[in-house]
Every structure is written in structure tokens, then in C-alpha cells.
Design a protein around this ligand. Structure first.
Ligand code: ARG
Length: 642
């Protein structure tokens, strides 16, 4: 607990011969990010040594990224200091610095000065820091405040809407990507102390459900529904959609040739579908009864499958749940403002008239009187605002719907709800292309999960390295399959990236894969259990055994974890946490490598007889490293196997 407060941190720093108080800077938080302690002291020293503004010096510090064997970089031209040629600055200035209890002497490098953390203080500082926080390490200020109530604990409320499949159609790759990303972003906000509401906005209304209803009348079987409700509904949809295709084609052709499509759409499956949806909107008991059965079965199914993925929703709402009052409010306010107009029997917004031009024209209420996806989405914002009075609402939805969300937000602005619109954000992502053969045939979330578990267990069986640390019982294989899916399918790439999914990559324990993280975790457990766990406590260790590589590099990596979380939340990119974990795992690999599986050019100088004190220090280090790994995995939704 001690170092969770500034007083406690300063007491430790004093013991390390570092002068206190810790210099403070805007945006720096020594209680959340250990690297911020180093940044603050470096800025303070640089300002004194170079006679420049300390705030400016703080801004000029960058994380070095580790490739050049340094930790922090001071970008000299940013200091706006001195008149010399920036190229000579580094050479002129580096001599002015002395080593301190926190830093070694800097190295000049072009217009940069590179700083390396002192091996004398880093192990003790970082391990004490993690020891005092454990599962809270990496979490933002408000949660640390729960351990030591300090500043105000005002909690902000966030609604995050994600996954949101359509009940009639298949669970597509973008629903899966939204599910994983949304859950991770929700976790990130929670670690920062936000009160998060997870919402699933089911596509449970409108024409597609109408089509499913028509299909049920033709192909529905009570028996088949009892046996496998979702599978049966999906089959029905496929069949009716197949029959419907020629009609859709005729209508599309007519429209392209400039003919009126109304006559075509007044017949056949078109008419049946629209009739069904209209009767549903009018609350007719037969249609509502069918819709309710579909919705209940789907929610029961999805709740179970999401649980396998470790995802939980606070609310299954959906397009059907949008209140008639809010829909009426949207229509009447837009009418009042002269934005809503009638056109050929439909009600529309002509965005191109009211700006911005690029948004074109959209139908809010169709010819048959049915509400559109857009109208329901605008009204849903009003409902949610009344229900939750949120500070922020995020929609995790594919980039294909960028324009749709611009329309939703713009309509709210037309209505005079600028404040509300400013709280909304569409967090988008690119397409996932070409799933492997197996996954292509998987239409339901459960089938996708089953396929992933199967691919992973096949890979496990064919893995010639025989990793005995990983169990191959049913539960472990299920977790491994889910881990693979979370990492390979959704987690590796930045949101904007479109990528092709390749299930061949699901299994392997080598390289940047989910299973390799699990293996690393399991190896750590084995190491910790092998030693005497009672003795392996911080108070008993001699830090001098950790002052060399690979231990130092591991500790450096551990210190950077909260920075990775910070970057991930600021950019809504959970993949940054995963990238970080792969880096941590790589450093761990160097430490764990022993003679038996040393293939990859180990950094570790294995001495055959390490003294028990060294083993003890390493064991303690592994305990904390494992905690960091676990904290990162928790954000990503990965459950450790052992
Ligand atoms: N059900 C929609 C689809 O599958 C996604 C819903 C996104 N959320 C929203 N509020 N529109 O395309």
C-alpha cells in the first residue's frame, strides 16, 4: 500500500537517495505510472542543467521504445534553448549531466539525448510499486483512490454499445470484431474508474424480421425450433431469402432503369414481408408473438455464447425497444425546425440541403409507415440519455456505418441537442476478410467459437514441442480456443486495419499468438511453484541479483505497462495492450530460457550454479511479472489457464 500515496512514494525515493518532493507536471501521475516519476525528475534535472523551462522539458521527453537500449529521450530542438546548431547541441550538452540515483549518464544521439534508468534503483522501485498495487497495477487514479481514498471520487458514466447482431441474419465477422473490441474498450474504461454500462442493440425489428416471419409460415417446424432454435431460424432465413432474391433483383433493375418500383413491391414476397413488418409495428398479436419468441430464444442463446467469450451485457436492448414517445419527439422537433419533409409518401431528411452536403438524403419513415434504422437510432439516443444521463456514449460498429452515425449525430444537432451529440462517439473498425474454410461455414457465434476451439486443439495435438505446462483437458482447450480467437481474430491489429483472417495461425505456441501468452503464464506458474513460495517475498530478496540483463530488461518492460494502458485508452486501441504483452512475454522468454529450450539466441548467461539468493530474487520477480501479464490479459478478456 505504501507507495500508492505520494508520501509513501517519496519515502521510498528518499531511501534510494533521490531528493523529494517529486516534481509535478500537468498530465503526469506518479501514483499511476512509474515512468512518470522518471519523466518528472528528468524534466526537473534538464531544466536546471540546461537553464530551460521545466514544463517545456517535460514536453520534450519521449519514450524511447527500447530499440536503442535507452528508456527516455530528450528531444533537444523542442527545448527552444540556446542558439547553437541543433546537431551540435547533444554533444555540447551531454557532458553537463551527471549520473543520478535514477539515471545513468546520457548518451548523445543526433539532436537527442538518450537516458537509461539506473540499475541501482529500478528493481527496488518497480517491484515495490507493483507489490503495493497488484491487480490494481495499471489502473487509473480513481481505483487507486479506492485503496487509499484521496482525491474526489466522482465517477463518470459511460454507455458502450457493441456486438449488436441482427436476429434474422448470420453473426458476421464485423459483429465478432465489435464484440471483442467493445468488451476490451469497456474494460479499459472500467480500469480508469468509469461506471460502464454494456449495451447490446439487437437488430430485432424491421423488414428482415418481417422476412423471417414470412419464412416461418412456409418452412417453420415447431420440433426443429425446440431442438435448435437459432440453427432452425437461420435455415429458414436462408431459404426465404433465396426465394426472395429474384424479386429483389427485378426491383433493383427497375430502379436502375428509372422506373417506379412501387408496383413490383406491392406483390409477392415483398408484399408479404412488408405486411408482416407493418402488422408487427401495429402490435398485432400473432406477429408480436412470433417476434417475441425469436427475440427470447436469441437472447438466451447469445447470453450463453457471450459467456464463453467472457463477455457480459448489462442490457439487451434493441431496435424494437426504442420508445414511441422518443420517435414522436424526433419527428415533431425535426418538423418544427423545417428539417423533416414528405417526399413520395415517405418522410425524409435532406441533409444536402441543411448541411453537410455529403450526407445526402435519408428516409426516416417509409411509404408503408414503418420506421427506419436511422430514425430508431436517433430516438434511441434520447431514450438512453433519459435513462442513464451518461457522460459519454460509444458505438463500436464497423466503418461501413461511418455515414450512418454522422447522420444520427447531425440529426441531433438539427434538433438543438449539440451537447448530447458532443458526448457520442463512433469507434469504428475495418473489415475482416476471407475467414478460413471452417469459419466461413459458421453462421452463428457458437459455431465460430466451436470451430476456433477445434482448430486450436488440432494445433495443440500436432505441436511437436509437447508443452507439458499446458493441460489439454476440455476446459483448458476451450480457454485456449477463445484466447486464439480474441488475439488472432480481433486483437492483433489496429482498428482501422482491414485484414484477412487465417485460421492456420490460430494454434501455434510460437510467435505473437494468444497461446504463446498462455504458455508464458503457465511457465511462470511452474517456476514460482518450483521454488519455495513462502520465502519468495519482497522483503527477503537481494536486489543486486536483478541488476543485470535479462532481469533489468524485464523490469523495464514491467514499468511500462501503465503507459501502454494509457495509450490504449486514449486511442481506443486495445491492440496496444496486446502488443505490449507480446513485448513483455519476449523479455520473459529471455529470462525463462534454460538450456532445454534455448533455440532463439538467449540473452541469458546461464550459470550452472546460481546461488539460492539469486533464485529467490528471480522467483519474486516472476511473481510480479505474472501479475502484470494477468492484468493485461484481463483487459483483453483472456483468462489464464493455470
Ligand atoms: N445491428 C446492426 C448491424 O448489424 C449494428 C447496430 C449498430 N448500432 C447502432 N446503434 N446502429 O449492422
Amino acid at each position: 500500500m505504501a507507495t500508492c500515496s505520494i508520501d509513501g512514494l517519496e519515502a521510498l525515493l528518499r531511501e534510494l537517495d533521490v531528493g523529494v518532493p517529486i516534481p509535478t507536471f500537468a498530465g503526469s501521475d506518479a501514483r499511476w505510472k512509474p515512468i512518470d516519476i522518471y519523466r518528472s525528475y528528468l524534466a526537473d534535472t534538464a531544466s536546471k542543467v540546461l537553464g530551460c523551462d521545466a514544463g517545456l522539458a517535460y514536453e520534450a521527453i519521449q519514450s524511447a521504445g527500447g530499440k536503442d537500449n535507452s528508456d527516455l529521450t530528450l528531444v533537444l530542438p523542442k527545448l527552444k534553448w540556446g542558439n547553437s546548431d541543433p546537431k551540435d547541441l547533444a554533444k555540447e550538452t551531454f557532458m553537463k549531466f551527471r549520473s543520478t540515483p535514477l539515471f545513468q549518464m546520457p548518451l548523445p544521439d543526433g539532436v537527442h539525448l538518450r537516458f537509461v534508468f539506473s540499475t541501482l534503483s529500478l528493481p527496488r522501485l518497480v517491484l515495490s510499486y507493483i507489490h503495493d498495487r497488484m491487480e490494481y497495477y495499471g489502473q487509473g487514479r480513481p481505483l487507486i483512490d479506492q485503496m487509499i481514498p484521496l482525491i474526489d471520487g466522482t465517477t463518470k458514466k459511460m454507455i458502450i454499445e457493441f456486438s449488436s447482431p441482427n436476429l434474422a441474419t448470420k453473426f458476421s465477422s464485423h459483429h465478432l470484431r465489435s464484440t471483442v473490441l467493445g468488451a476490451q474498450i469497456a474494460n479499459l474504461y472500467e480500469t480508469m474508474g468509469w461506471d460502464v454500462v454494456r449495451l447490446n442493440f439487437l437488430g430485432d425489428w424491421g423488414k428482415e424480421i418481417g422476412l423471417l416471419g414470412v419464412g416461418w409460415k412456409k418452412f417453420g417446424s415447431e420440433e426443429a425450433f425446440q431442438e435448435n432454435p437459432m440453427g432452425h431460424l437461420h435455415d429458414i432465413y436462408e431459404k426465404i431469402n433465396e426465394q426472395f432474391k429474384p424479386e429483389k433483383e427485378t426491383s433493383r433493375k427497375a430502379r436502375d432503369e428509372g422506373h417506379d418500383t412501387a408496383e413490383i413491391e406491392r406483390q409477392g414476397i415483398f408484399a408479404e414481408r412488408d405486411g408482416f413488418s407493418k402488422r408487427m409495428e401495429d402490435g398485432e398479436s400473432e406477429e408480436i408473438g412470433f417476434w417475441k419468441r425469436v427475440r427470447d430464444a436469441s437472447i438466451a442463446y447469445y447470453t450463453h455464447e457471450y459467456e464463453r467469450l467472457g463477455v457480459k451485457f448489462d442490457e439487451f436492448s434493441g431496435e424494437s425497444q426504442v420508445s414511441p414517445e422518443s420517435i414522436a419527439e424526433v419527428e415533431s422537433v425535426l418538423k418544427e425546425k423545417g428539417i423533416y419533409e414528405e417526399s413520395d409518401g415517405s418522410w425524409i431528411i435532406d441533409y444536402s440541403k441543411h448541411g453537410p452536403k455529403s450526407l445526402g438524403v435519408s428516409v426516416l419513415r417509409g411509404r408503408t409507415g414503418s420506421t427506419s434504422y436511422l430514425l430508431r437510432d436517433i430516438a434511441a439516443v434520447l431514450d438512453r440519455s433519459k435513462k442513464y444521463s451518461f457522460d459519454k456514449m460509444i458505438y463500436v460498429v464497423a466503418a461501413e456505418q461511418d455515414v450512418h452515425f454522422q447522420k444520427v449525430f447531425q440529426a441531433l444537432r438539427y434538433m438543438g441537442h449539440e451537447d448530447l451529440a458532443a458526448k457520442l462517439e463512433h469507434v469504428n473498425f475495418g473489415k475482416v476478410q476471407g475467414p478460413s474454410k471452417g469459419l466461413k461455414e459458421a453462421h452463428l457465434l457458437g459455431e465460430i467459437l466451436d470451430q476456433s476451439v477445434k482448430d486450436t486443439s488440432d494445433a495443440l495435438r500436432s505441436d511437436s514441442n509437447g508443452h507439458t505446462e499446458i493441460n489439454d483437458d476440455e476446459k483448458s482447450v476451450e480457454i485456449l480456443g477463445v484466447t486464439s480467437l480474441i488475439t488472432q481474430y480481433c486483437g492483433l491489429n489496429k482498428r482501422a486495419t482491414s485484414y484477412t483472417f487465417n485460421s492456420q495461425k490460430l494454434g501455434p505456441f510460437e510467435g505473437n499468438t494468444g497461446p504463446s501468452l498462455q504458455l508464458c503464464y503457465a511457465k511462470l506458474s511452474a517456476k514460482i511453484n518450483d521454488s519455495n513460495p513462502e520465502e519468495a517475498v519482497l522483503a527477503n530478496i537481494d536486489y543486486t541479483y536483478l541488476q543485470e540483463d535479462p532481469w533489468m530488461d524485464l523490469i523495464r518492460a514491467m514499468a511500462k505497462y501503465p503507459d501502454a494502458v494509457d495509450a490504449a485508452i486514449k486511442s481506443h486501441e486495445p491492440s496496444l495492450v496486446l502488443t505490449y504483452l507480446f513485448h513483455l512475454a519476449e523479455e520473459l522468454q529471455y529470462c525463462l530460457n534454460d538450456e532445454s529450450d534455448d533455440k532463439s539466441g538467449s540473452k541469458r548467461k546461464t550459470s550452472p550454479e546460481e546461488p539460492p539468493e539469486a533464485i529467490l530474487a528471480q522467483t519474486v520477480l516472476y511473481k510480479y511479472a505474472q501479475q502484470v501479464l494477468k492484468n493485461g490479459m484481463a483487459i483483453l478478456g483472456i483468462v489464464p489457464i493455470s
